[in-house]
Design a protein around this ligand. Structure first.
Ligand code: 1CP
Length: 344
């Protein structure tokens, strides 16, 4: 029997089929919330917002205060790791992230930054948030998976199908594997520090799993994630880890056996199929973010399908990817009311 400690998300991550279904949303603190936009305009830039504990704590708590989700996710970004490793990162309004070119000089200095002490403000945000959360709400820390973070470091920003990183890996496998090694170490150190600061569960975002050629899925993604999970579990054996390999398709099964407590499922992968691949792992997801924009009958039908497909099994309700800025608040309220009114 899993321990019933009054935190629905932690109970689900430990393998209990919890009803009513615990729920949080990826990117739940963000631009669809007027209070986020108001606070965002106070910070000089997005990186400063992430690295100012007072503001980041407030943003983390905003969706909890408004909706009472079962988990809060730390307000930060996966690109804080390249920043901490010494590669300059900035966000241009409406344009997404930008990173300075990954020079030999920057790579030579990675080791100097490996303590992740530049992210001390993030650890302080975690401690402050934890102290303010309701007792039933779980605080989730996170990081990007090495491949996903590397795609941004190599391209200098977003790229549709990770072409720059894929070419770099094929042309210079030694340099690519050194970069992945650096990210494995840095990410494990960062996540362990998050747990020590008060994170109760962790999520690893492999947002660009879908761009990895099948023959490379193990070396680029599955093995690095397994190594991070092993390192974190050595130091924090009771902290469950969620892996989100968005777009992994037929490779979803490969992620079920790397020590993660849960796998988060995108909207394109059938939950019932993953259930058969995933052994005892808890599943999370997989509402289409567009159903949340559409609302009304399309939304309740999509919710019912997910709840029916996962009935009696450990499952955390979530989206298949981040909530979109144009999502009406009333539809988030409709979703929560519908999930919480259903008992099975
Ligand atoms: O609830 C929350 O908002 C939690 C905080 C959070 C998380 C978990 C943010 C804040 N970013 C992330 C993760 C993140 N960041 C991922 C993985 C999840 C996913 O696939 O969406 C990725 C890929 C990033 C990189 C990133 N940061 C992008 C995506 C660019 C692309 O290539 O598509 C963007 C637009 C950002 C900026 C960002 N991060 C977070 C917010 C709220 C924003 C928008 C910035 C703003 O306010 O203008």
């Amino acid at each position: 029997m899993a321990e019933q400690n009054g935190k629905p998300i932690l109970n689900a991550l430990r393998g209990t089929a919890v009803e009513p279904r615990p729920v949080w949303l990826m990117r739940q603190a963000g631009r669809y919330l007027p209070e986020y936009l108001a606070l965002r305009s106070k910070a000089s830039d997005f990186m400063t917002l992430c690295l100012t504990p007072e503001l980041a704590t407030e943003v983390t708590l905003q969706p909890i205060k408004r909706f009472g989700f079962d988990a809060a996710i730390l307000f930060a970004d996966i690109l804080l790791v390249p920043h901490a490793l010494g590669q300059r990162v900035w966000f241009e309004q409406g344009e997404g992230p930008k990173l300075e070119p990954l020079t030999d000089d920057i790579r030579k200095n990675f080791a100097k930054h490996s303590s992740m002490s530049a992210l001390a403000p993030v650890y302080e945000t975690i401690a402050r948030t934890r102290a303010k959360l309701p007792p039933s709400t779980t605080l989730i820390g996170f990081a990007g998976a090495p491949w996903t973070v590397a795609t941004y470091m190599i391209a200098g920003g977003s790229s549709d199908d990770s072409t720059p990183a894929r070419l770099f890996a094929l042309r210079d496998p030694k340099a690519f594997s050194a970069l992945i090694e650096t990210l494995i170490e840095a990410t494990a150190t960062y996540l362990i520090a998050q747990v020590e600061a008060g994170a109760e569960a962790l999520q690893l975002f492999e947002s660009w799993a879908g761009t990895i050629p099948a023959a490379k899925i193990d070396t680029y993604s599955v093995n690095p994630l397994r190594r991070i999970i092993t390192k974190v579990r050595e130091r924090a054996p009771n902290t469950p880890i969620v892996v989100f390999p968005r777009g992994a398709g037929a490779n979803y099964g490969a992620y079920a056996h790397i020590g993660a407590a849960a796998i988060s499922i995108d909207a394109h992968t059938p939950l019932t199929w993953v259930r058969g691949q995933a052994g005892n792992a808890t599943l999370q997801g997989n509402l289409d973010p567009l159903a949340l924009i559409a609302g009304s009958g399309a939304l309740t039908a999509a919710i019912d399908q997910i709840l029916d497909d996962t009935r009696g099994t450990p499952h955390i309700f979530n989206l298949g990817h981040g909530i979109r800025p144009e999502t009406p608040i009333a539809h988030v309220e409709q979703m929560l009311a519908h999930i919480r009114a259903r008992r099975s």
